[in-house]
Each structure stands twice: as structure tokens, then as C-alpha cells.
Design a binder for this molecule. Structure first.
Ligand code: TXA
Ligand code: MG
Length: 342
């Protein structure tokens, strides 16, 4: 169903809300990526999300709320989280807090904590309000695929297993929300996103950034149950290039391999396929997942992507690129050959 992103029709929102209330699945837009939503208090409906995505049962869902008051009923938000929420919500930040309400165990994967987020998207907010219940929603992709930034990505991945897709066009940020665990002192960044660490530190003072939050190696499972899974992975092997992109591309072609290059931050090279991602960090974030999906439709052996500066939303972009590449990064031609096994 096509809806206006800023001003959805009341009857369309009511129809989608009725699907949620009757235990169905609705894919809906947020300012980050599309979510696959169910009534967070309906265990059976929430279990259907895991089935549709092929998501492991130990990976908990984010519970979406339409107000801070709704969040306060579900989780124990510490004062400092409330302070951030008052400034950032609705917006792309998710808080992991102790749970308060009796949520079904499938939603939280049996953890004593719950992830809460109030999305800055009129369609998402009105849907939650009209449903009159918080909505549990992961990104609306098949597990292991890039998150959907447009409705066609949702249909491509999930097709008939969704009851309704609300199509409001492309999402604004293109990468998933920032996740911060405020049950710890100092708070721990679990996933970088559009709400930047710089902004968080302005409000909270100290914020710990574990290596996995930068996309450096595997996650601490106890801290971030879902982060251990391979994410955002294109089928074409991807390598991050932290040296001259043109010479890296030449080197790979010299080995007789067909190569695709993701062009970003002003860096590009002649290749068998070139995919434009963006010039500034926000444009790169916005187009990144669509570029990874398009990469899989090219006929190449290998793909190269340049690194970006890890500040602002660039921290989120690099985290996603490191994961998409399976942590493969070359700083020179010798390392590149090593990664290619040549
Ligand atoms: O922008 C977003 O956050 C999007 C939109 C739809 O809101 N949602 C999203 O959900 O990215 P998902 O499921 O793809 O990612 C949620 C992450 C998972 O890695 C999960 O492990 C983590 O949040 N998470 C959820 N509950 C948690 C908890 N109690 N403790 C630690 N991590 C948690
Ligand atoms: Mg996801």
C-alpha cells in the first residue's frame, strides 16, 4: 500500500493498525530502514517475525513506541536515558534498559532487558498510535541480508510472508538506529547509527565504544546477543581498500578477476562495474544498502570499496562496511593479494 510519508491517510493507517491488532505482520517505514512489525504483546505474532526473517531465536527485537510515556511503561529508563530521549526522540536512537512490562519472552529472547525506540517517521508513529500497542520490529530483511531502505527490498526478501507493506518511498538515513546499553556504567555503544557518538557524549559524558561497535571483530555475545551474526553481507566477496583505489583495482584485474568498485567519498576507479554510493557521509549512508543489493546483481568475482572517516555517521558506515566485508581490509597491495590468496 502506497502512503504519503509525511501525511498518510487516516483510513490507510487504520487498516494497517487493524492488521497489527489481529496478530498480523506489517512492514513499515522508519527514518532509518523499513521494519517488520507485530504487536509486541502478542507472542504468536512476534514469533512469526522470526519465522519470516529466518532470524535466530536468541536475537531480540526492538520495541517501537510512539512516546516517551509508552517507553516508561515498558522499560526502566534511567534518568540519563530519559535526558537523551527528551532531546533525541522521536529519532534514530535505541536504548537497552531493564524491562518492566511482561513482554513475551520471544520478543526479548528471554533477556531481562528490552531495546526501546521511538522512530521519527509520521507513518511509523501513527501506526503505533492507531494500533494502541507497542510494535516489535527488526529490520524487514531476510536474516543476513542488507536492511531494506525501500519497499521493493522488503518484497524482494519477504514477499508473501508479510501481510501488508506500507510503501512510503526511500528511508531518510539508510542505516539502522544507534543502540546504546544504558544498564551499564558508563553506557556502552552496541551499534553506531545516525545519532552520533559525539552527540551522545555531549549529553552523557563518557560512552564506551567496544571494538565490535566499530566493526572490529566479533561481538561480545553477553553484551550484544544479535551482533554475533554475520550481517549486511553481499554475496559478492567485498574488500575494504585503505590505499589508492585505482592501483588496488588494477592489481585485482591483473589477476584476471572481474571487479566491481563502490564509488564513495570522491573515490572511484575504472572497473568491470562501478556503483555510485555517495559523496558526503549522509548520502553514502542513505545509498549504502541499495548499493550492496545492486552489487549482487552484477557479474563480478570481487568488489572493492574505499574506507571513510570514522566520525559522525561515518562510524556507522564503516561498521556496516567492515561487517559486509567479513572484516577484510587491505592497507596495501601485498595485503590485498594476501586476502585474495594470491
Ligand atoms: O533502525 C532500527 O533500529 C531498525 C528500525 C526498523 O527501527 N531496526 C533494527 O532492528 O535495526 P534489528 O532487529 O535489525 O536490530 C536490532 C538489534 C539486534 O542486533 C539485537 O540483537 C539488538 O538490537 N537488541 C535488541 N534487544 C536487545 C537487548 N535487550 N540487548 C542487547 N541488544 C539488543
Ligand atoms: Mg537487522
Amino acid at each position: 500500500m502506497r502512503v504519503d510519508p509525511l501525511n498518510p491517510r487516516g483510513e490507510d493507517v487504520a487498516e494497517a493498525a487493524a492488521v497489527i491488532r489481529s496478530g498480523g505482520l506489517v512492514a513499515f517505514p522508519t527514518e532509518t530502514v523499513y521494519g517488520l512489525g507485530a504487536d509486541a504483546f502478542n507472542a504468536e505474532a512476534s514469533a512469526r517475525i522470526f519465522k519470516a526473517k529466518g532470524r535466530p531465536a536468541d536475537n531480540p527485537l526492538i520495541v517501537h513506541v510512539s512516546s516517551l510515556d509508552m517507553a516508561l511503561e515498558i522499560g526502566d529508563m534511567p534518568d540519563r536515558a530519559v535526558e537523551v530521549a527528551k532531546r533525541a526522540w522521536p529519532g534514530p536512537i535505541t536504548f537497552v534498559v531493564r524491562k518492566r512490562a511482561e513482554l513475551p519472552a520471544v520478543v526479548t529472547a528471554g533477556l531481562p532487558t528490552v531495546a526501546l525506540r521511538c522512530p521519527a517517521h509520521p507513518v511509523a508513529l501513527r501506526l503505533i498510535e492507531a494500533a494502541g500497542t507497542p510494535i516489535a520490529a527488526p529490520s524487514a530483511n531476510k536474516a543476513g541480508r542488507p536492511s531494506p531502505t525501500e519497499a521493493s527490498h522488503v518484497v524482494e526478501d519477504l514477499g508473501d510472508s508479510v501481510d501488508l507493506v506500507l510503501d512510503a518511498g526511500r528511508t531518510f538515513f539508510g542505516v539502522e538506529s544507534t543502540i546504546i546499553d544504558v544498564t551499564r556504567e558508563p553506557p556502552v555503544l552496541l551499534r553506531p547509527g545516525p545519532f552520533t557518538v559525539e552527540e551522545l557524549r555531549d549529553i552523557l559524558g563518557d560512552v564506551e565504544i567496544p571494538p565490535f561497535a566499530r566493526g572490529l571483530g566479533e561481538a561480545d555475545v553477553a553484551l550484544a546477543p544479535g551482533m554475533k551474526y554475520r550481517h549486511y553481507a553481499p554475496e559478492v566477496p567485498l574488500i575494504l581498500v585503505d590505499f589508492d583505489l585505482a592501483s588496488a583495482t588494477e592489481a585485482v584485474r591483473g589477476l584476471g578477476l572481474r571487479v566491481a568498485v563502490l564509488c564513495l567519498a570522491g573515490k572511484c576507479a575504472d572497473a568491470d562495474a562501478t556503483i555510485y554510493v555517495g559523496s558526503d557521509p549522509y548520502e553514502i549512508a542513505k545509498n549504502l544498502y541499495d548499493a550492496l543489493r545492486r552489487l549482487d546483481k552484477t557479474k563480478v568475482d570481487i568488489a572493492l570499496v574505499p574506507t571513510v572517516a570514522e566520525r559522525g555517521i561515518g562510524l556507522a558506515v564503516m561498521n556496516r562496511l567492515r561487517k559486509a566485508s567479513g572484516f577484510k581490509l587491505a592497507r596495501n597491495e601485498a595485503e590485498l593479494r594476501g586476502l585474495l590468496g594470491r
